[in-house]
Design a protein around this ligand. Structure first.
Ligand code: DX5
Ligand code: ZN
Length: 226
């Protein structure tokens, strides 16, 4: 069976919040399938963005998959609220919650898909014991907090490691990568076996967002067929 096309998840972090509904509409129109929502608390990361109300208000503006990335400490305290806001995936950082297994189960019990994220300094082994209960693993390819940073090459081997573990153990998670993905780096992450990519700056600064999405999917196809 042919592999599904690369999933593109534009991150609204790089959009103009004063025109957020229009910006999200351009994601729909671009052919991207997911909307990536970066929630930051000023503690886990040195930046603050938005909370569940923002996501709830956006929900009627788009039929796409809402991929909520919680960069907050003790995310278990807010899982229910983010589930009620209409998130499809809720991804928490392994570094931000002590009882990671319980937090992931909580996400699923709220009816959402559960994701686990790791920062560049966290090895895959730190999340090995939860890989059987996650729907997504988000590999941070930059230190979280800001858009527009450069991909850290040492993070790439973690993508391959996760792809290999999935194959060996029969796990079902999607692999998603976040940070510094653009037309120059997409082939590197696809070669390692990613299923999805988050794009902030590259998507929102593209001259034509639809052509950008088409090009990224095409570059991924080329790399997979190589
Ligand atoms: C970074 C966020 C990313 C960010 C990516 O902390 O998690 O989702 O928006 O932005 P780019 O694609 O510009 O690196
Ligand atoms: Zn993110």
């Amino acid at each position: 069976m042919e592999q599904a096309p690369l999933i593109i998840a534009p991150s609204v972090l790089s959009s103009d919040f004063s025109r957020i509904a229009e910006e999200v509409k351009t994601i729909d129109e671009s052919g991207a399938k997911w909307v990536h929502l970066d929630v930051m608390d000023g503690r886990f990361v040195p930046n603050i963005t938005f909370g569940p109300k923002f996501i709830k208000d956006l929900r009627p503006c788009s039929p796409l998959v809402f991929d909520t990335h919680l960069m907050i400490m003790e995310p278990e305290r807010y899982v229910e609220l983010f589930a009620q806001s209409g998130s499809d995936y809720i991804t928490v950082h392994s570094e931000a919650t002590i009882h990671l297994h319980r937090t992931l189960q909580l996400i699923r019990s709220c009816g959402c898909k559960a994701g686990v994220a790791i920062v560049p300094s966290t090895p895959v082994v730190a999340i090995e014991s939860v890989l059987d209960i996650v729907d997504q693993v988000l590999v941070m390819t930059v230190n979280p907090g800001f858009g527009g940073q450069q991909l850290i090459p040492s993070t790439l081997r973690k993508i391959s490691e996760l792809a290999q573990l999935r194959e060996q153990e029969g796990y079902e998670y999607l692999i998603n990568v976040d940070g510094g993905i653009n037309v120059r780096t997409v082939k590197d992450v696809v070669a390692c076996g990613t299923d999805a990519i988050v794009c902030g700056n590259a998507f929102f600064n593209a001259e034509n967002r639809t052509s950008f999405v088409e090009l990224m999917i095409e570059l991924a196809r080329e790399e997979r067929n190589r």
